[in-house]
Design a protein around this ligand. Sequence first.
Ligand code: NAI
Ligand code: MG
Length: 352
Amino acid sequence: MDAYEIAVIPGDGIGPEVVDAALPLVADAAEEAGFSFETTRFDWGTERYLDRGEMMPDDGLDRLSAFDSIFLGAVGHPEVPDHVTLHGLLLPIRKGFDQYVCKRPNVLFEGIESPLRGYGSGDIDFVVYRENTEGEYASVGGREHRGFDHETAVQSALFTRRGTERIVRAAFEAAAAREGHLTSVTKSNAQAHSMVFWDDVVEEVATEFPSVEVERLLVDAAAMDLIRRPHEFDVLVASNLFGDILTDVGAQITGSMGLAPSGNVHPDESSPSMFEPVHGSAPDIVGEGVANPLATVLSWSMLFEELGETRAADALWTGVTDQLADDDAPRTPDIGGTAGTDDVVADLRSRL
Ligand code: NAI
Ligand code: MG
C-alpha cells in the first residue's frame, strides 16, 4: 500500500475553510481506492507575514521539496498588497519547483447554469495550458526615479526557447491525447518579438504532432471567442499573463470561480507539483461558511491523477458531477443554492 506525503498550505481567507472541509473527503477517496497519504500542514501566508514580515520561512522550498505533492488553498489579504502575497509564497513555489505547466480545465457541468444563453451541460469543455515560470511574470525590470515626474517603470517579459517549447509541447501532447485540436493564443501583431517567436515555436513543435490541428488566435479575439463560441475550444496554450486572464473568463462561463480547479505541474518526479483552486481568498465571504469547496475537491482529483491514482481521481470528479446534476443536492450560494461548505462536503462523502 502506497503512502504519499502531501504538503498542505491552506493559506488565507477562504483557503483554510475549503481545504479543511475537503480533507476528510479526499482521505475517504484514497482509502476507497486502496492507498493512503499523510498530510503535513504549513501555516504560511498573510497571518505569518503580519506577524513576522515573511509569508514563508527562508527554507520554505527546502522543506517542501521532499513531498510527493503540494496542495494550496489561496493567498491574499485586504490589508497587504497583492504583489507581496503573490511574490512571497505562490510564485516562489511555482518557479522554485519549475512547475511550468499550469493546467486549468474548464467544464460546464450538468446542473450548472452558464451566463451564456443556450449553453448547457457538456457544451463547454476545454483545458488551458498556461506557461507558469516565465513570460510576463518574470522578475525582470525595475523602478527608477521614484517620486519624480520622470519616474520610470520597466517590466520585461522573458520568453526562452526551452520555456516556450516545453509548454507548447505539453499542450500538443494533451491535444493529441484528447484527439482534439489546439489553439495557440498570442498577440503577435503588436508584440512582434516575443509572440512571433512563440508562433515560430508552435510551428516547429506542430511537425511532431501531425494529427493535431492548430488554430492561432490573438488574445483579444480569444477573449471574445471564449464568450462567442466556447464550444469550439479544446486545448488552449498561452503565456503566463494571457493564460491567467483567459482562465478567469473560462471560470465565469462555466458557472463559478468556486468550481474551477488547477494544477501547477512539474511533469517528472524530480520536484513536487502543486494543486490549488483557481479562486483567491474571497475576503467578501470569508467566515460565512459558504465558500464553495468543489474547486478544491476537483483540484485534489487532479492531484491524484498526477500521482497515477486514477481511481481516486475519478471517484472525486464523478462525485462532484453527480452532486451538481442532482437538483436535490445541497449547493453553495455562488451556484444558486443556500447550503454551506460543510453540507456540500457531507453530501459528497455520502456519495463516495
Ligand atoms: P477571488 O477569487 O478571491 O474572488 C472573486 C469572487 O469570486 C468573489 O466574489 C468571491 O466571493 C467569489 N469566489 C471565489 N471563490 C469562491 C468560492 N470558492 N466559493 C464561492 N465564491 C467564491 O478573487 P479576488 O476577489 O479578485 O481576490 C481576492 C484576494 O485573493 C486578493 O488578495 C487576490 O490577490 C487573491 N487571489 C489569490 C489567488 C490565489 O491564491 N491563487 C488567485 C486570485 C486572487
Ligand atoms: Mg488569476
